[in-house]
Write a protein of this length. Structure first.
Length: 94
């Protein structure tokens, strides 16, 4: 069963939104999927996608192939995570 990580279109006419899903590559674009691992909203400005990178790593580890678009999202998410400063710890009590 060849598995792909790809976009599934949801939303309404002229208001597209997409889910990043893991699906059998024989399933239709908007058909059955195995797991939803993110979202993409092209009409939003700024950070318009989310990904569960731990689940992406799992699925790629078991052989899932990301589509070209999803592969670019993965690269951007990894770059953003690496560039973001470490979460600040709680301020010390004075």
């Amino acid at each position: 069963m060849p598995v792909r990580i790809r976009l599934k279109r949801v939303g309404t006419k002229n208001q597209p939104a997409y889910r990043v899903v893991v699906a059998d590559d024989r399933s239709p674009r908007d058909g059955r999927f195995i797991e939803q691992i993110g979202t993409y909203q092209p009409l939003m400005k700024g950070n318009n996608f989310t990904l569960k990178l731990d689940r992406v790593d799992y699925w790629v580890g078991v052989g899932a192939q990301p589509s070209d678009t999803v592969a670019s999202f993965i690269r951007k998410a990894r770059r953003a995570r690496a560039d973001s400063p470490a979460s600040p710890s709680a301020p010390a009590a004075a």
